[in-house]
Ligand binder design. Structure first.
Ligand code: ADQ
Length: 505
């Protein structure tokens, strides 16, 4: 089997990526001109270059209201160094949704229903028939754009062999109904395609999933695919279980297959990685941002400000640490960087207030003339600054209550180039906690134990730190984001053999 550099092994080189957002942010200046701005994240880093190389198409919401359906997306700047450089405006399809419908779909169904429910926090989930209607409508719109794009693709050849099976890759919980609509229309019109879906958040167990009143449609929507990917095996098994119990599908748990509509749908664990080498380079070149204070240690947290990330528990655990182990007073600082997120949603506004109060209370309790225990940044930091924080921190606290994977854990180990290295603490309820075995594992709900684990990290001998970090770094270097992309293509059966035949695993 080869990985053809011209087509990344995609049969015929045709790929259509469908995600809630386009891979860049569009902004309009005072004179009404549009410009593109970089958007960070693993998905864009890994997938955008493949779409560029293969002259594929990216379908997504542009982030702002366009003046009219014909308004053109600007071309990328010639000096653009981001992963979407070279993505022509003709390769971009902006899905425009009326603001009210978008709000009900995005802030309503996506972020107030699926987000908490899939993170196993059903008490926070709101079930609204109106939000669900908007979700269905927006998914239909995305599906229609996908079908139009599919029909517009030129017929191409791979290695001299005509290949006519374009690949559609749909992303995340915003678009769980899209595949089924695309499949039905393609069947009617006799259009060939392969459809893959990847969920970036956890898939919950049956007992939680069944709370959603329209659960059947979600499962049927996802089963429109040829392959459904999740970060880890647990989420795959939850999905298989739900298909069996809710839809009565025949399933193969060992082989991770679900029979549906006369087809066999593959379910695969495909843990996402990071652009490891890029983070190493950033860490090598980034100037120091933490004030050099000998014998001072920084415990670092980097998260979107989200209730799933366990931030309140984390601050409480740090407070217990200071109370129980006074030797850390004036020696250790918790640097918490929280990026504002979903600020339109009430739960997120309340969390911000709770965090502000808690930081104030703990700082008020322990601050001395020369030291404050918590430094709290509410905002985005640049990639350079982020890499410097990761590099110079002694401990990283990645303690979500539930998280699909968590890229911060991986970015931290990539940037740990100093000798001796620091220590990663990770929650078993993040996908990352399932595979980063050499990290210290800490249950974020048990704040007394969490304080003990932080103490253990701060006092860990150098040789143990080095040993653990070497293993962690080695794994992330090989299982990087390109590896993830290739694993997806392999699982889709789109890598082509040397004689140009598509290989079906
Ligand atoms: P997220 O919930 O957004 O992603 P995560 O995986 O931690 O969570 O990714 C966050 C990204 O934002 C990281 O790349 C990080 O560097 C960046 N970031 C965080 N805080 C920042 C700040 N203050 N300034 C600048 N950058 C910041 C979802 C799922 C995860 C899954 C990913 C990818 O919830 O579980 O790992 O998708 O599949």
């Amino acid at each position: 089997m080869i990985d053809n550099p011209d087509t990344d092994g995609i049969a015929g080189g045709k790929i259509i990526v469908v995600s809630n957002r386009l891979p860049f942010v569009l902004k309009r200046d005072a004179s009404g001109n549009l410009s593109r701005h970089a958007s960070a994240g693993g998905l864009v880093t890994a997938v955008a270059p493949v779409v560029v190389r293969n002259k594929g198409i990216w379908i997504g919401w542009p982030g702002i209201q366009l003046d009219n359906p014909e308004e053109l997306i600007p071309e990328s700047d010639p000096n653009d160094k981001t992963p979407t450089a070279g993505l022509l405006s003709s390769q971009v399809v902006a899905v425009q949704v009326e603001p009210q419908v978008f709000d009900s779909y995005y802030n309503g169904c996506c972020n107030r229903t699926f987000w908490p429910l899939f993170h196993s926090m059903p008490d926070r989930a709101v079930f609204s028939a109106d939000h669900w209607k908007s979700y269905q409508e927006v998914n239909r719109m995305f599906a229609n754009h996908t079908i139009q794009s599919l029909r517009s693709l030129p017929k191409t050849e791979a290695n001299g062999v005509a290949c006519n099976t374009p690949l559609i890759w749909i992303h995340d919980y915003h678009l769980m109904l899209c595949a089924n609509t695309v499949r039905n229309v393609c069947d009617e019109m006799n259009l060939k395609c392969k459809i893959g879906f990847f969920l970036h958040i956890p898939f919950p167990p049956w007992d939680i999933f069944r709370l959603f009143p329209w659960a059947d449609e979600v499962l049927q929507g996802m089963l429109g695919c040829d392959m459904v990917g999740f970060h880890i095996e647990d989420y795959c098994l939850n999905f298989v279980d739900c298909c069996q119990r809710r839809l009565g599908c025949r399933v193969d748990r060992k082989g991770l297959l679900v029979e549906h509509g006369g087809r066999s749908v593959r379910v695969r664990p495909l843990p996402i990685g990071i652009p490891f080498d890029r983070f190493v380079q950033l860490a090598e070149s980034a100037p120091a941002v933490l004030a050099p204070a000998p014998a001072q240690k920084v415990v670092l947290g980097v998260d979107r400000l989200d209730y799933t990330k366990g931030l309140v528990h984390r601050l409480r655990a740090f407070e217990i640490l200071l109370q129980k182990y006074p030797q850390h007073l004036e020696k250790v600082t918790l640097l918490q960087i929280s990026v504002p997120s979903r600020t339109d949603v009430k739960e997120y506004q309340e969390l911000k207030e709770e965090m502000d109060q808690l930081v104030g209370r703990i700082n008020g309790r322990f601050t001395t003339p020369n030291w404050s225990p918590i430094r709290y940044i509410y905002g985005c930091v640049s990639q350079d600054e982020l890499a410097a924080f990761y590099r110079d921190a002694s401990v990283a606290l990645v303690t979500p209550l539930r998280d699909g994977m968590n890229l911060v854990a991986k970015e931290f180990v990539a940037c740990q180039i100093n000798e001796p290295p620091g220590v990663l603490i990770v929650s078993p309820f993040a996908g990352a906690g399932e595979m980063m075995h050499e990290a210290l594992i800490c249950n974020p709900y048990e704040i007394n134990d969490a304080a003990e684990v932080i103490h253990r990290a701060l006092t860990m001998p150098e040789d143990e730190r080095t040993l653990r970090m070497n293993y962690l770094r080695r794994r992330e270097k090989t299982h990087n984001v390109d590896y993830w992309m290739r694993s997806f293509l392999k699982a889709m059966g789109t890598l082509i053999s040397e004689d140009g035949e598509e290989v079906l695993p």
